[in-house]
Ligand binder design. Structure first.
Ligand code: OGA
Ligand code: MN
Length: 270
C-alpha cells in the first residue's frame, strides 16, 4: 500500500494518510473503497480536495450520482446555498440516506469547506457491528420484521415546520417498507433504522416504538460510534449501507457549508 492507515475505534472508522495525487490513482481508489467496505467510515485529515478532484475520486470508487453542479451538492442550512435547507435539519437525527429509494445510495464523500463555531460535528454508528453484537434472542425476534419509512415522519421528528410547501415536498417521496435486518449480498447484515423508521409493520404501536428506540440506542452506543471533529479541508467517506449518521445541530446562519458527492447504490434493500 502506498499510504498509511490508523483504525480510529475497534468497530468503525479508519484514518488514511495520503496526498490527493496518490489517492486519485485508480488502483489506489479501488483499495480505498475496499477499506471503506470493511471500516464504514474513512477520514482524510486536511486533504483539501478541489470539487473536481472530489468528483473524480467518486467516479473511481463507483458511479457518481448526478446532483448539484458537476456532482457536488452543497450541504448547508442556508437557503441561499440550498433551496431545501430546511430538509437538511433532518440530518440532526440519526439516519440512513435514501430509505425512500429501493436502492439507497452506497456512499457519500463529504468535505468540510466552512464550519460552524458551535455544533456541526458529525457522528457515525456501525449498524453492521451493532447487529453482529445483538443477543441471539433479539436476532431471532427481529429477523422477519418489516419497517415502514417515511420522510414526513422524519421531518416532524426533526421539528421542521409542516408548511404546505414542505408537506408537498415530503409527500413527493412515497413511504417505503424495508426489512428491519438487511441481508447484503456479501452475507453481512445491518439494521435499517433511524429517524425515518416510522413503525414496524403489523406490530402494536407502543411495542413498535419501544423496539425501534431500543435498537437505535443499541446501535448508537459509544462502542459502535465514531465522532468526527472537523477541520477545514477534511474529507470523510461513509458506507451508507451499514452506517447511520447525524450532524450535531448547528444554526442555519452559522455559515457551515460542506461539499458532498454521492455514489449511486449498487444493491437494493433486502
Ligand atoms: C448528509 C448528512 C451530515 C453533516 O450529507 O447526508 O447527513 O454533518 N450530512 O453535514
Ligand atoms: Mn445524511
Amino acid at each position: 500500500m502506498t499510504f498509511e492507515t490508523i483504525n480510529l475505534t475497534d468497530h468503525i472508522g479508519t484514518r488514511i494518510s495520503i496526498d490527493a495525487d496518490t489517492l486519485l490513482k485508480p488502483d489506489v481508489a479501488r483499495d480505498v473503497r475496499g477499506i471503506l467496505e470493511q471500516r464504514g467510515v474513512l477520514v482524510f485529515k486536511e486533504l483539501n480536495l478541489t470539487d473536481e478532484q472530489q468528483s473524480r475520486l467518486a467516479s473511481l470508487m463507483g458511479s457518481l450520482r448526478p446532483e448539484g453542479e458537476k456532482g457536488i451538492f452543497k450541504v448547508s442550512l442556508d437557503k441561499k446555498e440550498n433551496a431545501h435547507g430546511d430538509y437538511l435539519k433532518g440530518s440532526f437525527l440519526w439516519h440512513i440516506d435514501g430509505t425512500h429509494d429501493e436502492v439507497p445510495v452506497f456512499a457519500s464523500l463529504l468535505s468540510g469547506r466552512r464550519l460552524s463555531q458551535v455544533g456541526g460535528q458529525t457522528e457515525f454508528a456501525s449498524s453492521y457491528a451493532a447487529y453482529e453484537a445483538l443477543p441471539q434472542a433479539t436476532k431471532d425476534r427481529i429477523g422477519g420484521l418489516k419497517v415502514a419509512h417515511s420522510v414526513e415522519v422524519s421531518m416532524r421528528r426533526a421539528g421542521v415546520e409542516a408548511t404546505e410547501q414542505n408537506l408537498a415536498y415530503w409527500r413527493s417521496h412515497s413511504d417505503k417498507v424495508h426489512n428491519l435486518v438487511w441481508t447484503h449480498k456479501s452475507g453481512r447484515k445491518s439494521l435499517v433504522i433511524g429517524c425515518h423508521a416510522s413503525h414496524v409493520v403489523g406490530m402494536d404501536r407502543a411495542e413498535s416504538d419501544q423496539l425501534l428506540q431500543e435498537l437505535l440506542e443499541w446501535t448508537t452506543q459509544p462502542r459502535f460510534k465514531y465522532r468526527h471533529e472537523w477541520t477545514v479541508g477534511d474529507m470523510l467517506i461513509w458506507d451508507n449501507t451499514g452506517v447511520l449518521h447525524r450532524a450535531e445541530p448547528y444554526a442555519a446562519d452559522s455559515g457551515r457549508v460542506m461539499h458532498r458527492t454521492t455514489l449511486l447504490g449498487e444493491e437494493a434493500f433486502a
